[in-house]
Design a protein around this ligand. Structure first.
Ligand code: HSE
Length: 436
């Protein structure tokens, strides 16, 4: 039986998951593939830590050069994460004619063009299903069975850590920092969880999804990105009262010759299927002109789901190796020379409904000033609530607007802040409640 040898770079959480899967489901993988996947080496600087999975002697090594240049190894799995040295290792593997599987969304979002071009020159495959949505096979579906569609939008809950934190804050009133610690222990968070919390990890994934869906290059810097650290229990409770849940949403929309690509906490109606996506689960909702709306749901982070996506990619490459072909489908979904540059709309030009929470001292005329500034900027109020308070106390006023242009909302908030009637920064959360 044919043997296909693979090497793993990085023996962290996901690397451990891949080793575990290859050991536990080895017979099954062989039965499905008709070939044996042989794990020839795992590379890591740490040769002594107990990862809880057995490796035969000689497999774990710190000699990356040996693995990158081993002529027997045809597939390199990069699970180091980050930019350095992952970029260099992937480029060297490609240069040596090896196919690559990577879970590295940060690297692809920033250096994707270089890596894809190198893979095209060497006619090797680069697959990256584990980079978006953990175990959910969404990228394969976009490039595969849904490829015949023009896509109109792609929306996603793409960060397991944030979704886990928001869910526990919503369901139990749990404390942000405590829940983050648990998410780290469960292996959901990035090595530096700042990327999870500030929305950057979600933006990396949106960058990949938008490129694939709309066939465009995306500069990460053009993706407006807000994380979840400004979300408080107060906002979560108001959202509930108004019939919404707060989720960190990645939004990609095609609008003629422009694209919207933004990441921010978003209120979605509680009766939307996405509102039920809780804990570490991710969901991606895509609309295509022929398929309509399709929603993918599954575990978006963690050792085992991500390992499932990694090995799925390895098997896809192995099938091609067995019949002596490669690059049957373009790694970016479109032929390389058909990738275009669609400008991304600045956030000010986007429109949405808004939740605005003003902290004000309860005294006469305040509400008139707020509604006046909103009205002057063409913003219409849909509903409003002010909790009972004693005269002279600080009180939140919550206003839900009709659809408005972000630029106008910002102008109104600037005006309101300049009147010195608010005691802290007004909290703004966008609302997405008109999904077709
Ligand atoms: N830190 C990421 C998350 C891991 O929490 O979703 C999966 O990409």
């Amino acid at each position: 039986m044919k043997e296909i040898k693979v090497g793993i770079l990085g023996f962290g959480t996901i690397g451990t998951g891949v080793v575990k899967l290859l050991l536990q489901n080895s017979a099954l993988v062989t039965e499905k593939l008709g070939a044996k996947l042989i794990l020839k080496n795992v590379v890591d600087r740490d040769l002594t830590a107990d990862r809880g999975v057995p490796l035969a002697a000689g497999i774990l090594t710190d000699d990356v050069e040996k693995v990158l240049s081993d002529p027997e190894i045809s597939i390199i799995i990069e699970l180091i994460g980050g930019y350095k040295p992952a970029r260099e290792f992937i480029l060297r593997a490609i240069e040596n004619g090896k196919h690559v599987v990577t879970a590295n969304k940060a690297l692809l979002a920033v250096h994707g063009e270089e890596i894809f071009a190198a893979a095209a020159r060497k006619r090797v495959e680069i697959r990256y299903e584990p980079a978006v949505g953990g175990g959910i096979p969404v990228l394969s579906a976009i490039k595969g069975n849904m490829a015949a569609n023009n896509f109109g939008s792609v929306l996603g809950i793409l960060n397991g850590t944030c979704n886990y934190i928001l869910t526990r804050m919503t369901q139990e009133g749990a404390d942000f920092d405590d829940v983050l610690k648990v998410a780290q222990e469960l292996g959901y968070a990035e090595a530096d969880p700042t990327f999870d919390i500030n929305g950057t990890d979600t933006a990396h994934k949106l960058c990949i999804l938008v490129s694939l869906c709309f066939g465009t290059r995306v500069d990460l810097k053009d993706i407006y990105t807000e994380g979840i650290s400004s979300i408080s229990a107060v906002d979560i409770n108001y959202a509930r009262d108004f019939g919404y849940k707060i989720k960190l949403l990645a939004i990609g929309k095609r609008d003629g010759d422009k694209v919207e690509a933004r990441v921010h906490p978003t209120m979605i109606p509680i009766n939307y299927p996405m509102a039920d996506v809780d804990g570490v689960f991710n969901a991606i909702r895509i609309t295509g002109d022929f398929v309509g709306t399709v929603m993918f749901y599954g575990r978006g982070a963690g050792m085992e789901p991500t390992a499932s996506a990694v090995v799925g990619d390895v098997m896809a490459i192995a099938r091609n190796i067995m019949v002596g072909v490669s690059r049957r489908s373009a790694p970016l979904g479109y032929q390389d020379d058909k990738i275009i540059e669609l400008p991304i709309k600045p956030i000010g030009e986007t429109s949405s409904k808004y939740y605005l929470r003003f902290s004000v001292v309860d005294k006469p005329g305040i509400l008139a000033k707020i509604s006046g500034a909103l009205g002057e900027n063409g913003i219409s109020i849909e509903s409003m609530v002010q909790s009972a308070s004693k005269k002279g106390e600080v009180v939140p006023i919550v206003i839900m607007t009709h659809e408005a242009r972000e630029m106008d909302v910002r102008k109104a908030l600037e005006k309101i802040d300049s009147l010195s009637i608010t005691t802290e920064k007004t909290n703004l959360i966008r609302i997405e409640d008109a999904l077709e």
